[in-house]
Write a protein that binds this ligand. Structure first.
Ligand code: PBG
Length: 323
């Protein structure tokens, strides 16, 4: 049947009929809120390129966590800024490290909140790379041992989910085996499976103080043009024991999100990264875009592409807007 007897506009006529036929919905249940935790008392260092986000010491973090829980956001993703960086990332797997302390404090404050921890060494290395460096090269296999130690200390502190974001080969299997050997069989792994070497991480590196001191991350993070390889990365992580897989960034990689969902049918998270946040925030501040409408549209697009979960710095605003 074609026009004039068939008319698509019939089912767009009223808010009611549009509501009934909406294919994709966004819910607070889909959201994960990233937080940056730092040592000290009453610290709240705003991140200039990420308005509304800040490095928080544990007391202030707990105030934030209470708000997050009250809003009904189910999960937080923690990043740590250590007091001390070195060539072995020792602060990353210190049982008294900043993330480990924060996890314990959050679990005391809000036991039902799902606590996810980023497992990566870049914030803890004096050179800012995600692995052990020797003669200017990022070494894979020795890095796995440090990542495994880090994941164990996070899970022992009470983290529900560990999220390796380093992009070393074999890290998911190494972490799964290490957790299981320690009896931490219930700690889940959300793998940053298809993580691209993206320019959209710029603001985050200021927030986490994790920019590489030399070179770039292109020998471990993925080459942005490669969608087929992204699916292979995800399939490998599933073989190795990932419980949730991730595509990152989100908006420039919606095709990858779609392909991964179709190929795997696995729980899929998309990380709407700092640069995606910064660009819409900046345009909104200039009065060039309507922040609320653009963010709702962008996040709905990420879900329509196939994401089940969205990691976003807008999580708190989104809950209010969805209200
Ligand atoms: C750590 C890590 C990064 C992000 C999350 N975990 C930065 C990077 O790989 O350089 C980026 C998050 C964001 O931009 O919002 N490896």
């Amino acid at each position: 049947m074609y026009y004039p007897s068939y008319r698509m506009r019939r089912l767009r006529r009223t808010p009611t009929v549009r509501r009934m036929l909406r294919e994709t919905t966004l819910s607070p249940d889909d959201l994960i809120y990233p937080l940056f935790v730092i040592h000290g008392e009453n610290v709240n260092n705003p991140i200039v390129s990420m308005p509304g986000c800040a490095q928080l010491s544990i007391g202030n973090l707990l105030a934030e966590v209470r708000e997050v829980a009250q809003l009904g956001i189910p999960a937080v993703l923690l990043f740590g800024i250590p007091a001390h960086k070195d060539a072995a990332a020792t602060a990353a797997y210190d049982p008294e490290g900043i993330v480990q302390l924060a996890v314990k404090a959050i679990k005391d404050e809000a036991p039902d909140l799902l606590v996810i921890t980023d497992v990566c060494l870049c914030e803890y290395m004096d050179h800012g790379h995600c692995g052990v460096v020797q003669d200017g090269e990022v070494l894979n296999d020795v890095t796995l041992e440090l990542l495994s130690k880090m994941a164990i200390t996070h899970a022992e502190a009470g983290a529900d989910v560990v999220a390796p974001s380093d992009m070393m080969d074999g890290r998911v299997a190494a972490i799964r085996n290490a957790l299981d050997d320690e009896g931490l069989v219930d700690a889940a792994i959300m793998a940053y499976s298809a993580k691209f070497a993206s320019a959209f991480y710029g603001p985050f590196r200021d927030a986490a103080e994790s920019a590489p001191a030399f070179g770039d991350r292109k020998t471990y993070q993925m080459d942005p043009p490669n969608g087929e390889e992204a699916v292979r990365e995800v399939l490998l992580d599933i073989e190795e024991g990932a419980d949730i897989v991730m595509v990152k960034p989100a908006l420039p990689y919606l095709d990858v999100i779609r392909a991964v969902k179709q190929e795997t049918r696995f729980p899929l998270a998309a990380y709407s990264v700092s640069g995606e946040y910064a660009m819409l925030k900046a345009a909104a501040e200039k009065g060039w875009l309507d922040e609320e409408r653009c963010v709702l549209e962008a996040m709905t697009g990420i879900k329509r592409a196939g994401a089940d979960l969205i990691i976003t710095y807008w999580a708190k605003d989104l809950v209010r807007w969805l209200g």
